[in-house]
Design a protein around this ligand. Structure first.
Ligand SMILES: [Zn+2]
Length: 59
C-alpha cells in the first residue's frame, strides 16, 4: 500500500508509556492493554483514538 510507510502514529500515556506503530488498531489495542494492566482502568477505543498523534520521527 503506497503511502502507508509514512503514516506512523503514537499514543503516549500520562505515565510516560508510549506505543508507536503504523497500525492504528494495534496502537488502540496496546494502549487499552496498558491502561488495564498498569492503571487498572478501562480505555475506550474512542479515547484511545483521541490520544493518537502522528509519530514524530527523529531527524
Ligand atoms: Zn500509563
Amino acid at each position: 500500500m503506497p503511502g502507508e510507510m509514512m503514516g506512523a502514529k503514537m499514543v503516549q500515556c500520562d505515565c510516560g508509556f508510549m506505543v508507536q506503530s503504523h497500525n492504528e488498531n494495534e496502537i488502540v489495542k496496546m494502549a487499552q492493554m496498558h491502561v488495564k494492566d498498569t492503571h487498572k482502568s478501562d480505555l475506550s477505543m474512542r479515547d484511545a483514538r483521541a490520544m493518537m498523534k502522528p509519530a514524530m520521527m527523529m531527524r
